[in-house]
Design a protein around this ligand. Structure first.
Ligand SMILES: [Zn+2]
Length: 135
């Protein structure tokens, strides 16, 4: 549809797409910084915003088989990591529903939190369609 939302984040640090600066996550969302991605170091986070998800596919990783989806920056469409849909190994279950961001593809930018600088959602109307009423 013609309406998209972009979330602007505020936190101690904000992870942003290296290519276009799109905000993706806050440092408070980090679960672990000791992950490895396809391009080197990666971070495991609770939630990412302003991303689109690819189709689920099974990938065999060092820690066993996982169903994952690539995640794309919603602004510039660069693949910036993946999301774990399902982990087959019991000890890897904590990763389900979590996101991986590749350090190589993101920037960590300081974002001082001020009272006037709360996270907000900005609505971007890309096209205005006439509202059809079925009454
Ligand atoms: Zn981007």
């Amino acid at each position: 549809m013609g309406r998209t939302f972009r979330v602007y984040l505020a936190g101690e640090m904000v992870f942003a797409c290296k290519k276009c600066g799109n905000h993706l996550a806050v440092s408070e969302s980090v679960i672990s910084k000791s992950f490895n991605g396809q391009h080197g170091r990666a971070v495991l986070i609770h939630h990412a915003v302003n991303v689109t998800l690819g189709e689920p596919e099974d990938r065999l990783m060092r820690t066993g088989n996982h169903t994952v989806r690539d995640i794309y920056c919603r602004v510039c469409n660069t693949i910036i990591g993946w999301k774990y849909d399902k982990a087959y190994e019991h000890q890897e279950k904590y990763k389900e529903g979590k996101y991986i961001l590749e350090r190589e593809l993101i920037d960590e930018i300081p974002e001082p939190t001020h009272a006037s600088d709360k996270p907000h959602i900005e609505e971007i109307i890309t096209s205005v369609l006439p509202v059809l009423n079925n009454a």
